[in-house]
Design a protein around this ligand. Structure first.
Ligand code: 5GP
Length: 173
């Protein structure tokens, strides 16, 4: 069994940052309706906290894509496991991610979603690990930039465990 060895981001730090990010989004889209896409499963907690702090008309949908799971290497081949239920054409879309690592998942997702002709497309991530980036990505909202450590909690798992932790922690492997 893995153990949490360190709290990297506390519950109160997360709450404060989520509020700040929601206000930034609200400010950027003043008076517009937005369409949020939560990327499953990791972004489930973040997206539900974030959207409740955004005082705009919000539509919500989810996508699930395969990433590289427990391996530390990304093949760059991304598979859609669950597509959107709704159309995004002519909508202001924000993709909400838990963490960007190599960036390959998001690169695929943004290209795929852009081909569906949204009015605009932005990317919002709670965590960013820029050290491991393998492609260029424009990320519009970043919560925390973190070092290259394996983290869990606040929706993010290790072998499907730890998603319910209210903080972001580091596990020993
Ligand atoms: P990317 O395509 O950017 O390399 O993959 C991002 C995905 O990798 C995230 O959505 C997440 O599923 C996984 N990932 C990257 N870093 C971590 C980490 O530190 N902990 C966990 N649990 N998953 C991670």
């Amino acid at each position: 069994m893995h153990k949490i060895t360190e709290v990297l981001i506390s519950e109160s730090e997360l709450m404060e940052k989520v509020e700040e990010m929601a206000k930034a989004i609200e400010n950027d889209y003043k008076g517009e309706d937005i369409f949020i896409i939560g990327v499953l499963k990791g972004a489930c907690v973040f997206v539900s906290d974030l959207m409740r702090k955004i005082n705009l008309n919000v539509e919500l949908d989810f996508m699930s894509v395969s990433s590289y799971g427990k391996s530390t290497k990304s093949s760059g081949v991304v598979k859609i496991l669950k597509d959107l239920d709704l159309e995004i054409e002519n909508k202001h879309v924000i993709i909400v991610e838990d963490i960007i690592d190599t960036g390959l998942t998001l690169k695929y997702l943004t290209e795929n979603l852009r081909s569906r002709n949204p009015k605009s497309l932005k990317v919002c991530t709670l965590l960013d690990k820029p050290d491991r980036r393998k492609c260029h990505l424009d990320v519009d909202y970043i919560g925390f930039t973190i070092p290259d450590r394996f983290i869990v909690g606040y929706g993010i798992d290790c072998a499907e465990m730890y998603r319910n932790l209210p903080f972001i922690g580091i596990v020993s492997e």
